[in-house]
Design a protein around this ligand. Sequence first.
Ligand code: PGA
Length: 256
Amino acid sequence: MSKKIIIGNWKMNPSSQREAKDLFKSTLKAIPNKLKATVVICPPFVYLEPLLNLLKAKSKKQKAVLGAQNVSFEEKGAFTGEISMEMLKDIGVKYVIVGHSEIRAGGESNLDINKKIKMALSFGITPVLCVGELERDENHEYLSFVRKQIEECLAGVIKSSISKIIIAYEPVWAVGKGSIREASPEEFHEMRIFIKKVLSDKFGAKMVEKVKILYGGSLHIDDISEFLKEDAGGFLVGRYSLDAKKFSEIIKKCEA
Ligand code: PGA
């Protein structure tokens, strides 16, 4: 089995730096030693640097790396409230989530996401591209929807770069507060094959062999092994990443 990646998306939590540090410390403590999987914690921007400093001070062998939940596609300048890729790179951020449905809901387009992906690649930061349909329909229109997301978000990305991108399948109906339910491992299975097909059409089967397709959205710990059987490359975890014990259980299941 290939190396799994587990990404914790803390969203707009917790409310103080003290709590963020405590959560981070307990998360690191709960992560098993001699970890094979990659663990990425994505806290709010303001906690990135304090947590990176904690990580540096803590151990020689780092159990986790830090990622950002979003980024600007602009390089620098008069963009009030934005954070640039260069700023993230400068402090040591390794991953960035792009195209999360909670950000798309605010009007982010596939074109915006496309610019972010290209920017991330140019800085050597790994983009985690979230794709997923708003709803499922009997006519399978949701497949075309996801195809369009992938094609537009990855337009102009060169063949040799596709292996540097991670895709997270996060059906919007399964994510966060408005979630109806978790996707079933069978639904993930269908979508994983579909996403690989869309990627292969564009980049060639050989180039996409190693591209990881993660699952995210109301993940239940009990279902992890089923998702892994369907060849999930790992998980993008929201609510459970705020609970060090539950998050570590997810990691341990991926290690097993
Ligand atoms: P959830 O969030 O696990 O709380 O549904 C997943 C995500 O938004 O990435």
